[in-house]
Design a protein around this ligand. Structure first.
Ligand SMILES: Cc1cc2nc3c(=O)[nH]c(=O)nc-3n(C[C@H](O)[C@H](O)[C@H](O)COP(=O)(O)OP(=O)(O)OC[C@H]3O[C@@H](n4cnc5c(N)ncnc54)[C@H](O)[C@@H]3O)c2cc1C
Length: 662
């Protein structure tokens, strides 16, 4: 049981929440949004629960230290020039104190502010506060969760485990996402006895409530609370049966030819540019029904397209892995799972194939370590949640173990299991993403429309194949709560209240320079990652490009995700020069501007050289027979494009290598 906050820490937390989300009286507030503060919404209590849910005890400790510092008159005197505990200050002094953290020259203080700001805003905006929903949702014209569809989609059949157990099979697959799902489906269909162990739950459409806070907690890795160690980058990934493919945006790009050639060169393999790998792409794309039939642009993507066309820039249609998409019904909400079953996740495709062929699936099953006996994989040991949340130990004996926990958790699992090597956990890429927001005279409702249907690669090759893609994303309240920059409590609410008329152009960086996954004493993955100067230059050009696109599409006002945001009005004299100059003045590094990672890659790379890679061409880990890697961890560098289909192609390749070897 995580340690509770002390009475003082709880008082400080309440003061922080009420400072960031005060009750603001104003005449034009028909929804009561400004008048509803953290106190009414019981935000501090929810933040405390979120803190208790943080997986890594170090993250909880850091937050407790931060609250203790803010509650200490002496620390406040040294850091912010006020000899008082935060909870004893008046509103003005509290806000000034928090601002001094937000704008501090010390990265750790900025990170502390951002952590509290993010938790408070997510806790406030992402759950209903009254029977009718949330005053913020009403202010923006957001309907909130929609009524469930008439025909529910059932979860996959799963094995229930109610005591310590041992299972035997040919292949045990750890993780059921883009990589694990594909391997399981192919091997089970080929007649192998397959067990899939998945840490997350096994949702059917009835579990997809569309309450953002609930869905982040249920379907996302570590409740969507995972951060890089310096606090500069939240890491979003799926964690449920189907992994990221259940909650992702369905963008289905093949790996570009130049990246394939680059990967072959770097890895020393003749794999990625070859005909066999191309066949893997073709097979997974066919199984997923990838196409452009359901890529009708919503208003968000129409804006991206219009802006690019006005500028004479590249813009094109995004292929997607959906079938019979009920366009207009709930599109945009399916980042919390598609309740119509139109999204061809691995749960709907490959894992369903596996189930039909006798594959066994165990959800809520966290694999602790791989059993390695005399240099060969022999199975895994896992902890599974049974009825009444009781935990049991499951041992699965198998000749083949496939690690497909995603690029953050696969290196940690391998390290926990005694696999070592200089490349393990190294080479982690995160495709950091940021955005420019534009306000439009007409309604945009950025939470609606196909998840992603248009993109521009105009700025994708700025230096040696590195640069940024421009894409949009569905914007409900969690992304603004987490990502919008901050200058004052009132301004933050003003920005959120205009969400219905807002669109974004996202800047998705192909990062050249890597971070790493380290493993704590308890065996938890810890991500170390900072943006390099090389990569930062491409973000800078991306922001300028995104601003130009939004302006060309008719935005009347733009703001960035800096703290404080850069704000400009397109059309005013010198607006673009001022935009760039203000961005430069704020900078692009640690906690100056919000980034999010949607794509994690590398850390268990394929390659021929054991000092620079973790696994061979077949996906088999160097030096451990029968242990394979088949997920985003296998990438030699970042893909530059959204990685799901490439991960699946690698998984298809690995599955065929396993079939060939046994
Ligand atoms: C919001 C969002 C939108 C995205 N949109 C797109 C998109 O449109 N197109 C695209 O190409 N990519 C997209 N991505 C990225 C894409 O979904 C991922 O890159 C992809 O799913 C990663 O595949 P994977 O197999 O490496 O890991 P995952 O799909 O993340 O699967 C790993 C699974 O392993 C499980 N696991 C972890 N540790 C353990 C353990 N110890 N024991 C058992 N199970 C474990 C996890 O719970 C998880 O379910 C998006 C990601 C997000 C978060």
């Amino acid at each position: 049981m995580p340690e509770e906050l002390s009475v003082t820490q709880r008082a400080v937390l309440a003061a922080v929440c009420e400072t960031l989300l005060p009750e603001i009286r104003r005449d034009d507030d028909p929804a009561g949004f400004f008048a509803t503060g953290a106190r009414t919404a019981r935000t501090a209590e929810r933040v405390e629960r979120l803190i208790a849910q943080l997986r890594d005890p170090l993250d909880r400790t850091r937050l407790r230290i931060l609250l203790t510092a803010l509650g200490s008159p002496l620390a406040n005197l040294v850091l912010s020039g006020r000899f008082a505990a935060l909870q004893d200050m008046d509103g003005h002094a509290r806000e000034a104190t928090l601002r001094s953290w937000a704008m501090s020259g010390i990265p750790m203080r900025r990170a502390g502010f951002q952590a509290l700001k993010r938790l408070a805003h997510v806790a406030y905006y992402c759950w209903p506060v009254d029977d009718a929903g949330h005053p913020a949702w009403r202010a923006a014209g957001y309907r909130g969760p929609l009524p469930p569809p008439g025909t529910p989609v059932e979860p996959l059949p799963a094995l229930e485990i109610d005591r310590d157990s041992t299972l035997d099979c040919d292949v045990v697959v750890v993780g059921s996402g883009a990589g694990g799902g594909v391997v399981a489906g192919i091997l089970a269909t080929a007649g192998r006895s397959v067990v899939v162990l998945e840490k997350g739950p096994n949702p059917g459409s009835r579990d997809m409530t569309q309450v953002e806070g609930e869905m982040l907690g249920a379907l996302y890795l570590d409740g969507a609370l995972l951060m890089t160690q310096s606090g500069s980058l939240p890491i979003l990934a799926g964690s449920c049966v189907g992994g990221g493919t259940v909650i992702n945006y369905t963008t289905s790009f093949p790996l570009p030819a130049p990246v394939r050639a680059e990967w072959d060169g770097l890895s020393g393999l003749s794999l990625f540019a070859g005909a066999d790998f191309e066949s893997s792409f073709a097979r997974v794309s066919a199984r997923l029904g990838v196409g452009t039939r359901w890529s009708t642009p919503g208003t968000r993507d129409a804006i991206l397209e219009r802006g690019c066309r006005e500028l004479g820039w590249h813009v094109d249609v995004i292929p997607r892995n959906v079938t019979d998409c009920k366009e207009g019904a709930e599109c945009g909400y399916c980042t919390y799972g598609c309740r119509h079953g139109a999204k061809n996740s691995t749960a709907k495709t490959y894992l369903a194939d596996a189930a039909r062929s006798g594959g066994r699936l165990v959800p809520r099953c966290d694999v602790e370590r791989i059993l390695i006996e005399r240099g060969r994989a022999a199975g895994v040991v896992a902890s599974v949640e049974g009825a009444g949340r009781a935990r049991h130990t499951v041992t699965v004996r198998a000749n083949v173990v496939v690690a497909a926990c995603g690029a953050v958790n696969t290196p940690a699992l391998l390290a926990r299991s005694g696999v070592a090597g200089p490349a393990l956990g190294r080479g982690l890429r995160l495709h950091p993403a940021t955005a420019v927001a534009g306000i439009f005279p007409d309604r945009v409702e950025p939470w609606t429309g196909g998840l992603q249907t248009r993109y521009s690669n105009q700025l994708a090759d700025q230096t040696d194949g590195y640069g940024v893609m421009l894409e949009t994303a569905p914007v409900h309240f969690a992304l603004p709560a987490s990502g919008f920059g901050w200058e004052s409590p009132r301004q933050f609410k003003e920005d959120v209240a205009r969400l219905g008329n807002l669109s974004i152009v996202g800047v998705l960086l192909r990062d050249r320079d890597a971070g790493r996954v380290a493993v704590s004493r308890q065996g938890l993955a810890r991500v170390h990652y900072e943006l390099s100067g090389f990569d930062e230059r491409h973000v800078r050009a991306g922001l300028k490009g995104a601003a130009r696109v939004l302006a060309a599409a008719g935005a009347t006002e733009l703001f960035t995700l800096h703290t404080p945001p850069v704000r400009v009005r397109p059309g005013e004299r010198g607006w673009l020069e001022r935009f760039v100059a203000d961005c430069d003045a704020r900078g692009y590094r640690r906690c100056r501007m919000s980034y999010i990672s949607f794509h994690q890659m590398g850390g268990a790379a394929l390659g021929s050289d054991r000092s620079r890679s973790v696994a061979a061409d077949s996906g088999e880990v160097h030096g451990v027979r029968g242990l394979y890697v088949a997920d985003g961890g296998a990438f030699p560098t970042s893909s530059g494009v959204n990685p799901m289909i490439t991960i699946m192609a690698i998984a298809d390749h690995v599955a065929h290598a396993v079939l060939g070897a046994s």
